[in-house]
Design a protein around this ligand. Structure first.
Ligand code: PXP
Length: 241
């Protein structure tokens, strides 16, 4: 499986102080050096973490494919057509949410999305839709012209984290069934949300032959902070010596 590293929360840490560090661009370059296959970032309408400048810089400097997560708005479409990431992933967005909750309701939004996606698809940008692992959502994704779906793994992650293993296994079965259906329809299949160092191994064992790529953000950034803490403190102490 390939790994898309989502650098949103590097930007979250910077925006807490509206300063210059930590730099999402540097984080993306380090992820590239470590062997990541893609950089994923979500430009939210309220710009609470990633800024347009981050997207532009990362697209220009990093050699990996860039996956832009965005809400299906006219503003975001304009930005995508200007910056031309390798892929856009459409996600639902609500201002008051802490993180993306639930997948895009492609079934309900079908006529809108058919129209919305035309120009993006014509421009050569790959279109992926972030959906719940449900057959009707996958089928509708194909019908509106997407080339890929990203299956929402949040429910699986929550069940695993709560040690509800039987239900977590059942959710993996749902993910597998939806993934197989998507492949049958000719869609590429990605997955993500809520994945951690603990809950990912079981998911990989179950879905390795169906899902091509995982997008992981919060857990990687969280662990990067802790794994880097010792060195960061040691370097500061050198200044004081
Ligand atoms: N995939 C999508 C579509 C997302 O919206 C997010 C969160 O921005 C992720 C993956 C990554 O989720 P997490 O930060 O929980 O790893």
């Amino acid at each position: 499986m390939r790994l898309g590293v989502n650098i949103d929360h590097v930007a979250t840490l910077r925006q807490v102080r509206r300063t210059f560090e930590p730099s999402p661009l540097f984080a993306a370059l380090l992820a590239q050096q470590a062997g990541a296959h893609q950089i994923t970032l979500h430009l939210r309408e309220d710009r609470r973490h990633v800024q347009e400048e981050d997207l532009e810089l990362i697209k220009r400097v990093v050699h990996l494919p860039v996956n832009l997560e965005m809400a299906p708005t006219e503003e975001m479409k304009r930005i995508a057509l200007r910056v031309r990431p390798h892929r856009v992933t459409l996600v639902p967005e609500r201002r008051e949410e802490i993180t993306t909750e639930g997948g895009l309701d492609v079934v309900k939004m079908r006529p809108f999305l058919e129209e919305y996606l035309r120009e993006i698809a014509e421009s050569g940008i790959e279109v992926s839709l972030f959906v719940e692992p449900e057959e009707d959502q996958v089928r509708a994704s194909r019908e509106v012209g997407a080339q890929a779906v990203e299956l929402h793994t949040g429910r699986y992650a929550n069940l695993f984290n709560a040690h509800r293993m039987q239900e977590a296994q059942e959710e993996l079965c749902r993910l597998r069934t939806a993934g197989e259906k998507a492949r049958e329809l000719g869609l590429r299949v990605y997955a993500g949300h809520g994945l951690t160092y603990q809950n990912t191994p079981m998911l990989v064992r179950a879905l390795r032959d169906v899902v091509e790529e995982l997008n992981v953000g919060h857990s990687i950034v969280s662990n990067a902070v802790l794994w880097g803490m010792q060195k960061a403190v040691a370097e500061f102490l050198k200044i004081l010596a």
